[in-house]
Design a protein around this ligand. Structure first.
Ligand code: SF4
Length: 564
């Protein structure tokens, strides 16, 4: 028996590879970037080319992927939770037009917000877009479930969402080496691809017909599993199957036995209604264990009420499980204890790692940011002005915490310019300086739109573009200014200063290590008066690859990157 040690993200990548994916895109984020990376590593062994592209943002990525399916390329989009919000606009159109070749969206949620600004449950987007949603249950089945998502997409001519969590992405297991055939599909009639008022109702009705077919498919999906028989049912959804399995393992080592039936659910939308009603008939209690919000629990309640089945559905809505934070093994153990007798001392020994609240991230050794931040604070003090500073997701968020405590506003990607522009416009206090920190990847993601708007709106403010050569926080993935692409080929770097100059924004470029000029450049920035000024702080992050005589490589390897 040939086995392989693998983490969840790699298993999902294997499934996409076996399904025959030809185009992989997305925007770097955790979790999900690992699927992209694993596919890059697997692809040289394939007999056909696979094209990789980190897009400037998630909406761009989805639209590129849809275009690729029109050209007959099975495609995969890798995004994290908050990134799914950005692609929603495109998703709410492609659900109607459909896709002529398979398209899967690998969507990584981050319960407890380990590396995100929120812990949103992105599964609601499947309900909103009326698109099928699979949740891989076990690492050893993840590749096949991803493969099945491509198959379902080919059958329905619809995008399929595969949702997983950060802990699932990082869980390592030994799996059997599998070999699956590439998904076949009939790529004809790819055009026209039009959604508009003139056909939206017709397309919406077609989408709902396709969803009925998807429901039939889920009823027979082999990864929706049942074990045991009892009046008490424990239903683990997607990544919680791994966690419940671990809890049961740990408890059984303490000689605990459980009189319960266990359901594993891999299809969260549409629900396998017939399969659920068959397996819940005559039961008294169903405890739903899921990561995020009561997404399945609410759907199950509605299903059982419609079917007039008097089964008590328990879970997050009933307080058996917490409604915030990632589920820990102890929390799951405590929920099981509400139905299955076991001593509390044993349950209290289960692991209970909590995400501590607070801002404790530190800049990596050799980071180019600290000299700039120190100088910014000193210069503002010297000028007798107070700074109002906003930042976006990325390394600049480190300046929220000690010792800087400089960033007072931080929302989502691209937001810093808009938030500061508005405060600057309406408050415009003479002793304050309004500064938006913009990461370089963030600049291309969506901040540029806000900059154009701020110029148009005549918002007086300072822009600081932290140009460190790539998406440093997530591991140094390239952007249009990096000079290379996801295939590590040279590309002409798009120069941020030229884009800003085209907007008539006065710009200076300085290195954070240029002691001689840094102070004067910051003073110039803070003297922006009634206009917008921009300072580009250009210094490569030591973890971002740069071109050297030996090719593309980072200045520093090893060590933990701040956002990982
Ligand atoms: S990843 Fe690079 S830019 Fe970010 S904190 Fe570390 S050294 Fe600085």
């Amino acid at each position: 028996m040939v086995t392989k040690s693998i983490i969840g993200e790699e298993a999902l990548a294997l499934g996409a590879m076996m399904a025959g994916v030809r185009f992989v895109t997305g925007y770097p984020g955790t979790p999900s970037k690992g699927i992209f990376k694993a596919l890059q590593e697997f692809s040289p062994t394939l007999p056909h080319p696979v094209y990789f592209h980190w897009a400037t943002n998630e909406k761009v990525a989805l639209e590129l992927a849809v275009g690729a399916t029109l050209a007959g390329m099975p495609s995969l989009v890798c995004v994290k939770s908050v990134g799914a919000n950005v692609l929603l606009d495109a998703l709410m159109t492609v659900n109607l037009t459909g896709v002529p070749s398979p398209l899967v969206i690998a969507l990584g949620d981050d319960p407890s917000a380990w590396v995100s600004q929120n812990e949103q449950d992105s599964r609601w987007l499947a309900l909103m877009s009326e698109l099928p949603l699979l949740e891989p249950t076990r690492i050893e089945d993840a590749a096949e479930i991803m493969h099945a998502a491509f198959q379902l997409s080919a059958k329905l001519n619809l995008p399929v969402i595969v949702r997983f969590t950060r802990s699932f992405a990082l869980t390592r297991k030994e799996i059997l080496k599998a070999s699956l055939q590439p998904v076949t599909f009939n790529h004809s009639n790819s055009l026209p691809s039009i959604a508009s008022g003139g056909n939206a109702i017709t397309l919406h009705a077609r989408l709902q017909e396709r969803l009925k077919f998807a429901e039939q498919w889920t009823n027979d999906f082999k990864f929706n599993r049942k074990k045991g028989d009892s009046a008490i049912v424990v239903m683990a959804v997607g990544p919680c199957v791994e966690k419940v399995g671990e809890v049961l393992n740990l408890l059984s080592r303490q000689s605990q036995r459980f009189d319960a039936a266990f359901l594993e659910l891999a299809t969260s939308f549409p629900l396998p209604r017939r399969w659920l009603l068959d397996n819940l008939a005559g039961k008294t209690v169903a405890l739903v264990i899921e990561e995020g919000m009561p997404f399945v629990e609410m759907q199950l309640r509605a299903l059982l009420q419609e079917a007039r089945q008097p089964i008590a559905v328990r879970g997050k809505l009933t307080g058996d499980l917490p409604s915030v934070g990632e589920l820990t093994l102890r929390q799951i153990g405590k929920a099981l204890r509400n139905f299955l007798p076991m001593p509390s001392e044993i349950v209290n020994q289960l692991p209970d790692p909590q995400r501590q609240q607070g801002f404790t991230l530190k800049f990596c050794d050799g980071c180019p940011y600290p000299p700039f931040l120190d100088q910014l604070i000193r210069t503002a003090q010297g000028m007798g002005v107070k700074l109002v500073v906003s930042a976006n997701p990325g390394c600049a968020i480190v300046a929220i915490g000690e010792p800087y405590q400089l960033v007072q506003i931080k929302h989502s990607m691209g937001g810093s310019v808009n938030l500061v522009a508005s405060i600057a416009k309406f408050e415009h206090a003479p002793n304050r300086r309004y500064i938006a920190l913009v990461g370089d990847s963030d600049f291309f993601h969506s901040a540029f739109n806000g900059i154009v708007n701020a110029v148009w709106w005549k918002a007086p403010m300072g822009l600081v573009i932290l140009d460190n050569g790539g998406a440093a926080f997530t591991g140094g993935q390239p952007h249009p200014g990096s000079g290379f692409n996801a295939s590590n080929e040279f590309t002409r770097p798009i120069q941020i200063e030229r884009l800003l100059s085209a907007l008539d924004i006065p710009v200076q470029v300085v290195s954070s290590r240029d002691n001689e000029n840094l102070s004067a450049a910051i003073k110039w920035l803070l003297d922006y008066g009634d206009e917008i000024r921009a300072l580009i702080l250009r210094e490569p992050c030591p973890f971002v690859p740069v071109w050297t005589q030996e090719g593309l490589k980072p200045l520093k390897t090893g060590g933990k990157i701040v956002g990982e």
